[in-house]
Design a protein around this ligand. Structure first.
Ligand SMILES: O=C(CO)COP(=O)(O)O
Length: 253
């Protein structure tokens, strides 16, 4: 039985004060959640990571980052390495989010290099994949997702996938209020698991596979009811303690 995992991606939101309020709220709302069933993490903007880790001390909520360099050290102005994130106490790093693929032109090769850099420091990459609306309408969803995942397997190897999380985030569902139906999401999740199973049944069976894209308190339970959906990567709704907590509860039910 796979544990569920709910991750909040706060994107470029928050201030020291608003994040203090959010984390305090999360700790209150999640105090009674059975920690043995659901893993929970939040991914603040880099500059707030030390504050969040300090606030979360003693709590079962983990902290992650939203991006990382593919290099560990050197003359890379503005970059942050996995070594630095590990030293801070991060456990997860999101790699390949569609906003970075699109806005920062990150390629599959860049993402595979980041994935490897994250794992080399003992952190868990959350690899995001997802299709555009045009690709879905052209019937290219499954082949596109497969290609995105195989690009990472080709570099990292199938066994490395065992120490990772994959998040399926259809681009057309991110921040639009338009969630993939549980059936649409399950179809892609089952395909992802099959792509992995073709190389290793054990890896495919154990990997936590998240859905992301307009997950809210009122649609989470239905998504989590699907066989291959193990949790969620949550954007907007992760910025409100009550909403995020309700999604975590749904994942635990
Ligand atoms: O991009 C997302 C999480 O990484 C999803 O964002 P929303 O939940 O705001 O649609």
């Amino acid at each position: 039985m796979r544990r569920s995992l709910v991750v909040g991606n706060w994107k470029m939101h928050g201030s020291a004060a608003s994040i203090d309020t959010l984390v305090t709220g999360l700790q209150q709302q999640l105090a009674n959640l059975p920690a043995d069933q659901t893993d929970i993490a939040v991914c603040p903007p880099f500059v707030f990571i030390p504050q969040v880790i300090s606030q979360l001390e003693g709590s079962a909520i983990a902290c992650g980052a939203q991006n990382v360099s593919d290099q560990q050290e050197g003359a890379y102005t503005g970059e942050i390495s996995a070594t630095m994130l590990a030293e801070l106490g991060c456990q997860y790093v999101i790699v390949g989010h569609s906003e970075r693929r699109t806005l920062m032109a990150e390629s599959d090769a860049d993402i595979a290099a980041k994935f490897t850099a994250v794992q080399s420091q003992g952190l868990t990459p959350i690899l995001c994949v997802g299709e555009s609306l045009a690709q879905r309408e052209a019937g290219e969803t499954l082949s596109w997702i497969e290609q995105q995942i195989k690009a990472v397997i080709a570099v990292a190897g199938i066994e490395a996938m065992a120490a990772s999380v994959i998040a399926y985030e259809p681009i057309w569902a991110i921040g639009t209020g338009k969630t993939a139906s549980p059936e649409q999401a399950q179809e892609v999740h089952a395909h992802i698991r099959q792509v992995l199973a073709n190389e290793s049944q054990a890896v495919a069976g154990a990997l936590q596979l998240l859905y992301g894209g307009s997950v809210k308190a009122d649609n989470a339970a239905e998504l989590f009811g699907k066989q291959d959906i193990d949790g969620a990567l949550v954007g907007g709704a992760a910025l409100k303690a009550a909403d995020f907590a309700a999604i975590c509860m749904a994942a635990t039910a």
